[in-house]
Design a protein around this ligand. Structure first.
Ligand code: TRP
Length: 345
């Protein structure tokens, strides 16, 4: 599963925020659009420009996931050094019975950032007559395809994809007649990719949305820094390619001229802040142009691209309490690499 869904090309050229201020809906927009020179910049272009202009420089990780980036991410999940995906899958598989007991019959599952809908199958196979599955993903098109495959395999289940940004407040459909608990599902330690204040805000939103039900969330644990370092600096260089793909994407979709050999992947564990930091480091003094603007880089200057915060079991439970949840059972693998938490809402 990808931590953030790819932004479909249509959404990146006409962002929801700019169209909502227009007096007509996206569908009724005139077919003849303004020439490129005066067209509004895409969200990617705007954020790229703003990210390079601020100091220290940073770009949101959500732009990693074009088609190539999504494929590279899937490859990361299979790397020998990248333990989180397979460890979480093992926990979900081995503890599915207990988890299902916790959730109860006729549940409605809401998945945040659903991606390819693979992890949910482990849960669905263990649950007692799950009623409905509501995957939320920013890429509606991607989601519809995955939902169709899921429907074919689970004919009894109501599969109702929601194309939306799950970090924004969202009104869920009313429970179906006879529905059991409404349960959020947020695997992959995606919570760790948020800034701490964003992580708290997201959990608060989820707790409100799921009131009376609960949440199942996968969270990566603090561990030996060497193990963490290896997971984000794999020998085959797939994580490096994934990180650098952001610049390749800027060159192909925006008017940018990043020299892909002029930047290098750097990921390290920031122990006091308990997070992996991913950066793109300029290998030399150079300048890059983006939409006619020039940005100078010194040798060693970095663009920050992602955090992956690591938690202790107790630290995460305290955060959940702060957000309005009641922490319950925790499932951890024998090496204590990864944790899956039940939170009452
Ligand atoms: N959330 C996971 C993690 O932080 C997956 C992930 C997101 C990731 N972005 C990544 C893994 C970049 C490797 C590189 O580990």
């Amino acid at each position: 599963m990808r931590p953030f869904a790819p932004i479909p090309a249509a959404a990146s050229t006409a962002s929801a925020s700019s169209s909502s201020s227009l007096p007509f809906s996206a569908k009724k927009r005139p077919a003849v659009v303004a020439p490129a020179a005066s067209a509004p910049l895409s969200e990617f272009a705007r954020e790229m420009q703003a990210g390079l202009a601020r100091m220290p420089r940073s770009i949101s990780p959500k732009f990693f996931y074009d088609v190539v980036g999504s494929q590279l991410f899937d490859q990361i999940c299979d790397l020998p050094e990248y333990y989180p995906t397979r460890t979480e899958l093992r926990i979900l598989g081995e503890c599915a019975g207990e988890i299902a007991k916790q959730i109860g019959p006729n549940a409605e599952i809401v998945e945040f950032g659903a991606g390819s809908l693979t992890k949910i199958r482990l849960l669905l196979d263990a649950l007692e007559s799950p009623k409905r599955y509501l995957p939320i993903d920013i890429s509606g098109e991607y989601l519809e395809g995955a939902a169709a495959r899921l429907r074919a395999d689970y004919p009894e289940l109501a599969v109702q994809p929601i194309a939306a940004d799950y970090t924004m407040p969202l009104v869920l459909p009313a429970p179906m007649p006879g529905a059991g608990r409404r349960v959020g599902f947020f695997p992959g330690s995606t919570l760790g990719n948020f800034e701490p204040d964003e992580a708290l805000a997201f959990l608060q939103l989820a707790a409100r949305m799921l009131r009376g039900g609960g949440m199942l969330i996968g969270v990566d644990l603090v561990k030996d820094p060497a193990r963490l370092h290896a997971a984000y600096n794999d020998a085959q260089g797939v994580t490096a390619a994934f990180n650098l793909n952001l610049l390749r994407r800027a060159n192909s979709e925006l008017d940018a001229d990043f020299d892909l050999d002029g930047f290098t992947h750097a990921a390290f564990f920031n122990a006091p802040l308990r997070r992996i930091e991913m950066h793109l480091v300029s290998r030399r003094a150079q300048s890059v142009s983006l939409n006619g603007e020039t940005f100078g880089f010194e040798e060693g200057e970095t663009i920050h691209t992602e955090y992956s915060h690591k938690f202790t079991v107790d630290g995460f439970r305290a955060l959940a309490v702060k957000a309005g949840f009641r922490p319950g059972a925790v499932w951890v693998d024998s090496e204590r690499l990864f944790s899956v938490h039940w939170l009452g809402a």
